[in-house]
Design a binder for this molecule. Structure first.
Ligand code: 13P
Ligand code: SF4
Length: 301
């Protein structure tokens, strides 16, 4: 406990010395969420990164999120405290395959989920997050949308738009792992609990839920609901944030965790600030093209 207190004290001092800000995704462990200046979903974090006047952004999340922060704030130093904090979904699309896909649909718009490599964003018309994916797709003048890399979020969007949405075959292992039978079991044990899930879940799971939304949308839903108990179909650490904001309510996690998100801890944040690591870089060409797709997304709403 004393050791933890010392690390927190050190991080606070380093933050001041380096004019740094700590941004953390809501899938981070509780200790990391508690030390952050701002916690949120991918969209909220992107907006924060684009606006900050700090010199250094310590990004506690997975690599694509730190990359997004750097793309939006190219003059800032962006540090990812663990260089192996990867998102399995982001690695499921390659530029070579995307270029071939685009040739098959020359009149389509490419919408890439932010959970993708910067080079994929650079080949896209516009990016989206799970919070704005439907609005982004509807904002495209084209009738056909090539949506990548997540087939589950893509199918969720397809259910809510008149556009012809063509899906890439990627998925998130954390959400794909959540099965209807697990939810049924939890529901049997807690019959008055509502099921809330992330749109990265499979259609079968989504269709048995009471609410589908990005992490920020789930948080808002839970906070405003009269309901007292919730089965939470997404990364388990999110329950920490739900509970913190809603101490009187009860949450049941489904038992699914993201390896990349769980790599970051207080010690690594301290080291990141002390040793300026691991800094995110891009070739100029990718930086400017990927930024265009992200800026376009941020102009929506
Ligand atoms: P949110 O943007 O809803 O926070 O989701 C990010 C993510 O990685 C989901 O797996
Ligand atoms: Fe990527 Fe899935 Fe982890 Fe989200 S939960 S960061 S999509 S691997």
């Amino acid at each position: 406990m004393k050791e933890k207190y010392e690390i927190i004290k050190k991080i606070k001092k380093l933050k001041k010395d380096h004019k740094a800000i700590i941004l953390a995704h809501v899938y981070q462990i509780g200790d990391v969420q508690d030390i952050a200046d701002y916690t949120g979903d991918s969209l909220g974090l992107s907006r924060k990164a684009a606006k900050t006047d700090a010199d250094v952004i310590v990004f506690c999340g997975v690599k694509f999120m730190a990359e997004t922060a750097h793309l939006l704030s190219p003059t800032k130093t962006v540090l990812l405290p663990d260089k192996n904090a990867d998102c399995g979904l982001a690695d499921m699309a390659t530029v070579k395959e995307l270029v071939t896909w685009k040739k098959k649909y020359p009149n389509a718009a490419v919408v890439s989920y932010v959970n993708s490599l910067a080079a994929i964003k650079a080949e896209s018309n516009i990016c989206c997050t799970s919070a704005n994916a439907i609005d982004v797709v509807n904002s495209c003048p084209q009738d056909t949308i090539l949506f990548l890399p997540d087939k589950n979020l893509g199918s969720y969007v397809a259910e809510h738009t008149d556009k012809n949405v063509v899906l890439w075959k990627g998925f998130c292992y954390v959400h794909e792992k959540i099965q209807p039978k697990q939810l049924k079991k939890l529901k049997k044990a807690h019959p008055t609990a509502e099921i809330i899930v992330h749109p990265e879940c499979t259609p079968r799971v989504r269709h048995m839920s009471n609410f589908i939304g990005s992490t920020s949308q789930m948080l808002r839903y839970v906070t405003q609901a009269d309901q007292q108990e919730f089965i939470v179909g997404t990364e388990d650490n999110f329950v920490y944030r739900l509970q913190k904001d809603n101490p009187e309510k009860i949450f049941y996690p489904v038992g699914s965790s993201c390896i990349g998100m769980n790599r970051i801890n207080l010690e690594k944040i301290k080291l990141a600030l002390e040793q300026s690591k691991y800094e995110i870089y891009f070739p100029k060409d990718i930086q400017s093209r990927a930024k265009k797709a992200l800026d376009k997304m941020l102009r929506i709403k």
